[in-house]
Design a protein around this ligand. Structure first.
Ligand code: GLN
Ligand code: ZN
Length: 764
């Protein structure tokens, strides 16, 4: 029979229960025991959902209190020494690596956290030492989770990040020179011990994730697959059977290192259906194919007909016993359940499927193939009907939008003058000092803000009352910035719940949900709006607040928008129209907003594109070039409508520019701010090498953690940057927006930042 399998389930729970519990624990409001009990309750609930859906293969150890890679860093004894020296218990040590720890005289920053492939999930980077050794934890989480499920009567398939991916996704610690992949021999014994323990606990199969196989791998990483999997194969029956798992791309270019003697190989056939034949051709003689046919990254109902055909194609070649029908990736990237959405209109709700519904889908698909379509006739008919309704709905098509798109010309992508002309006009108008200081946009989203927003949403206060409240917040933010003596102000974004959802709610063509949260990092969740149809802007979206901010402020005020690519990437996009078309529609809507802001007296406008990088196709080549072309164009289309003396900023939450620099430069933004505090300032060298002419503010401190950087630390950072950047092109700012921080640490950090900038100003 064809089994159904899920590669991972969202962790947060129906009501973001995990977020609430971890944050309560961090705030000292619940005990560690309470936190762990809640985590256990969630794991059991999620297994039960999958079991009730009829799924054959249910994952365990996909759960994590913060991040699954961090789980492994800790369980493999790859904890950098700065986290072990203070005697924190294991849970606090774990969170210290995830988010830093600054309490009771202990002060350690977090480990670097970066995007998980091209998703909006972030993982903690394994951070390795010269001569790194590994040691399996006494109670590895993978074993504990498997046993926990077993006790509840649920047999699971534990999930591990495989050895090559674990190392490839890691890095040498600061000041260390080790090449992570060279630690393979040191690492493999830990896998061996862990797999033996899992086998002893009763695990028959283990999902071993090697998604890095979809990359264009450097030779050393690629060469590591063979010895790693030969070693594991040599353990024979001492370890569970391995399901070698890839996702988010095709593996055709790396098939020569695909292990032949693993039990199963999983591939993502939603993203790359075309790889099916070649992958089948490269399987070992007994290897099973796990066919990823239910999208783990999106919320659209699966097209049953297409998915079943794909699985059947595999069955024809391999037979029913050598095919598993699976989700394309972990369902981590989808919301928990559609059942929580009480406000979605029925027409649209019928087009969606979230994690809990996808569990039913994958079971249905497996059943259709195993027993024949008659066994699930009703489900197939309902599915076909719903897909048909979506395709023909008037909600998806707006002729006015299409007409405007057809009229875009080359001139629309270009500012009036080149940068030198622009910057001198801007400087005349703005009159900024050397090393201007600014922030990235948001200020702490306090309890009070959330409370008032909630009351407004529930209709407990009127719009006028809410607007008054927001104005007061803006005024307070301006006052604080005056006291801090920052140079370019922001209004602080108090009216925004989220940088994309906020815009989604103000644009036509979007649907938004009440509960469709997905984990971004740690306890942080986002609720991506859903693009359901052609997009347009019925009315200005941010002008009211920005105009008010200008009116209460004596210094330049920066207007704040989310760029077209980020709006697209952090929404659930349509799957029936190319993403470039959706990006252009967003760009045109934003272009009108940018011009409206300018005309309302906002002289500096920041268009954030933190998601530009994550959208980059994982492999170099045609696909990547095409993406960069439309993504850059969308940004330029959205910003190029302004006068020369309006200063366009853009912001990026990453600093890995190596394969990306030219695209960033092509945006033609007057000022860039980038997340940089946790990366090596050497990365900035590319700006020198490429003679980047425009302004840039590499973040001088990390905002993901409550830790306050000292003035000296920030000075050191600026000094490092000045080794690569010219003084008159350098801005001083934090890594990112401050909405997740408290005011206390925010003010303390900004005081230090402004003082550091002033100290340099005095020297030049
Ligand atoms: N302007 C946004 C903020 O400050 C930027 C956030 C981001 O880059 N992720 O919150
Ligand atoms: Zn950012």
């Amino acid at each position: 029979m064809v089994q159904s399998a899920i590669l991972g389930f969202p962790r947060m729970g129906v009501n973001r229960d995990l977020k609430k519990a971890t944050e309560a624990y961090w705030g000292g409001k619940i005990s560690q025991a309470d936190l762990l009990a809640e985590a256990k309750r969630l794991r059991l609930a999620h297994w039960k959902i999958q079991q009730d859906a009829g799924v054959d293969v249910i994952p365990s150890n996909d759960f994590a209190l913060y991040d699954h890679v961090l789980n492994q860093i800790q369980d493999f004894g790859a904890v950098p020494p700065r986290y072990t020296k203070d005697g924190l218990d294991l849970v606090d040590q774990y969170f210290a690596m995830g988010r830093g720890h600054q309490k009771n005289g202990i002060d350690v920053p977090s480990l670097e956290m970066v995007k998980w492939f091209d998703s909006n999930y972030h993982y903690v980077k394994p951070t390795l030492q010269n001569g790194q050794t590994f040691k399996l934890a006494d109670e590895p989480k993978a074993v504990a989770a498997f046993n926990e499920a077993k006790e509840a009567g649920i047999k699971t398939r534990p999930v591990l990040v495989g050895p090559v991916s674990f190392l490839h996704l890691g890095k040498a610690d600061r000041d260390q020179t080790v090449e992570p992949i060279e630690l393979l021999d040191a690492l493999l014994p830990v896998y061996e011990q862990l797999l033996v323990k899992l086998k002893e606990a009763g695990a028959e199969t283990v999902q071993i994730d090697e998604p890095t196989l979809v990359f264009d791998l450097p030779a050393k990483s690629k060469a590591a697959f063979k010895p790693a999997y030969e070693k594991l194969a040599s353990l024979g029956d001492k370890i569970p059977k391995l399901v070698f798992t890839t996702y988010f791309g095709d593996i055709v270019h790396n098939l020569d290192v695909l292990p032949k003697d693993v039990y199963a190989v999983h591939v993502d056939l939603v993203r790359n259906p075309e790889q099916l034949d070649e992958v089948i051709g490269a399987l070992g003689p007994n290897t099973i194919l796990s066919a990823g046919v239910v999208d783990g990254r999106n919320i659209w109902k699966t097209n049953f007909k297409r998915a079943i055909e794909t699985v059947e194609t595999a069955v024809q070649k391999l037979g029913k016993d050598r095919v598993i029908a699976a989700t394309s990736s972990s369902l981590l990237h989808t919301p928990h359940t559609l059942a929580s959405e009480k406000k979605l209109d029925a027409e649209i709700a019928d087009w969606f499927s979230f994690a809990s519904e996808k569990a039913v889908e994958i079971a249905t698909i497996a059943k259709a193939v195993t027993e024949g379509p008659a066994a699930v006739r009703e489900q197939l008919e309902a599915n076909a009907k719903s897909l048909q309704a979506r395709a023909s709905s008037s909600r998806t098509n707006d002729p006015k939008v299409k007409d405007r798109q057809s009229k875009v010309t080359d001139a629309d992508y270009k500012r009036k003058s080149e940068f030198p002309t622009r910057i001198s006009l801007q400087q005349k108008k703005l009159n900024l000092p050397l090393f201007p200081t600014t922030t990235i946009g948001s200020f702490p989203q306090t309890k009070e803000i959330r409370l008032q927003r909630n009351r407004f949403t529930k209709g407990e206060i009127t719009e006028a009352e809410y607007d008054k409240f927001i104005e007061k917040e803006i005024e307070d933010n301006v006052k604080i910035q005056e006291e801090l003596d920052l140079d370019v102000f922001v209004h602080g974004e108090p009216e925004r719940n989220d940088m994309v959802q906020f815009f989604g709610e103000r644009l036509d063509g979007y649907a938004f949900t009440t509960h469709a949260w997905v984990q971004s990092y740690g306890s942080r969740c986002v609720r991506p709006p859903i693009i359901v149809g052609d997009i347009s802007r019925p009315a200005p979206m941010t002008v009211k607040e920005s105009k008010y901010a200008v009116s209460v402020s004596k210094k330049p005020m920066k207007g704040m928008l989310t760029g077209p690519v980020t709006c697209l990437r952090w929404s659930f996009p349509r799957d029936d129209v190319h993403q470039s078309v959706q990006a252009e529609q967003l760009a045109l809507a934003l272009r009108d907003e940018v011009v409206d802001l300018q005309n309302a007296g906002v002289g500096v406008i920041q268009v954030d594109e933190p998601a530009l990088r994550e959208g980059l196709p994982l492999r170099a080549g045609k696909e990547r070039t095409a993406y960069l072309d439309w993504a850059v164009k969308a940004f330029r289309l959205s910003t190029a409508g302004v006068e020369d003396d309006t200063q366009i900023h853009s912001h990026f939450c990453y600093s890995e520019f190596q394969d990306f620099f030219h695209a960033i430069a092509a945006l033609d933004a007057d000022v860039l701010s980038i997340e940089n505090s946790k990366s090596d300032a050497k990365l900035l060298k590319v700006f020198v090498d490429e003679a980047y002419p425009r302004h840039i503010g590499p973040g001088v401190y990390d905002i993901h953690s409550p830790r306050v950087p000292s003035e000296q630390e920030i000075k050191d950072r600026i000094q490092e940057m000045l080794a690569h950047l010219k003084p008159d092109q350098l801005w001083i700012d934090p890594d990112c927006g401050l909405k997740t921080r408290q005011w206390k640490e925010t003010k303390e950090a900004l005081v230090n930042m402004v003082n550091a900038a002033k100290a340099f100003r005095a020297q030049y």
